[in-house]
Design a protein around this ligand. Sequence first.
Ligand code: NAP
Length: 356
Amino acid sequence: MDKLKVGILGATGLVGQRYIQFLHEHKFFEIASLMASEKSAGKKYKECAKWYLDFDIPEEISDMVVDEISTDNIKKHKLDLVFSALPGEIASWEEKFAREIPLFSKVSKHRMDKDVPLIVPEINQEHFEIIKHQKKNRNFNGFIVTAPNCSTTGMVLPLKVLQDKFGIESLHVTTFQALSGAGYDGVKSMQILDNIIPFIGGEEDKMETEALKILGKYEDESKQIASANFKIYASCNRVNVLDGHLEVLHVKLKNDFDVEKVKEEFAKFNPLKDFSLPSAPENPITVLDEEDRPQPRLDRNRDKGMTISVGRIEKKDEKILRLYSLSHNTIRGAAGESVLEAELAFQKGIFEISER
Ligand code: NAP
């Protein structure tokens, strides 16, 4: 099969690097354009990316010349689709690209737009339906598909299981979020060494709204996604960890539950098992029974960084379930998730390879 040619917007940043990790030597996709700011444009990738991953820059990428961001690159490199990891302030580029080709984004700008799907492939693939309205509303040849905020991703997979099996009344969640979640220049070392910062701008609001959209239902008649109907109370903290967001969830369920049954439901949850998607984890949720797990350093890379590790599952009261969840924020919470969305959309025929 001819591979689809992809571009990466924000290719030199922390999420951009993870896109490269997932897209180089990919079965369906081939990286054709790396786009970044004018300070990187014209330089070889290895000369301008502040590479932070613990393996070398893939050989075929390291000498590629970085492009200045422009929709001219669509024609120049015959791009079939783009992935976006741009800073929020310049995310208006996304619409310019989507006017022409499909765009899969990790940026928050369009996540809550009524005609934009906010996808977690194991949870809400029927939300892709809204793309037909988006194309019409916005006169796009392509479309925008978004992936959730990294801290939202860490909790929605277990929440989906709990919602379907027991019903959810409310959720209190407290996060311990890694430094990479703030981008390369995000948190100064003098602020975070020997410290925890009990505030992440905009994060709590994102967790409290995005999860409800993801767990909501697409309604064809109203051409809308009706959000799930329960309340989320989030408290977010930045901690001195490189990668991996740890979260503590207290979920009030609608029905009585048994802890062993919850673990069993988590372990068997695998709605993508009949698709052959290169980035899909073997187990979307991994249940750990040790009393001191999950931990960022020990568990974040499990299953290519694409599984959510859960542990310390306890019944705190008749209807209150407590669990810890851990996700790799730049992989499952960012580029890995976005690539998985594109793989699923491609397999479902939502877009095709363009005629060259
Ligand atoms: P980052 O490390 O700061 O990287 C930013 C990227 O954007 C770099 O490639 C940079 O290129 C490029 N860029 C900056 N200004 C530009 C301009 N004017 N024109 C074109 N390109 C420009 O940030 P990040 O952590 O990768 O985050 C990227 C996006 O993903 C953000 O919207 C963030 O909120 C979101 N996100 C991040 C995470 C995470 O865990 N880090 C998770 C989910 C979502 P230069 O190198 O040339 O400056």
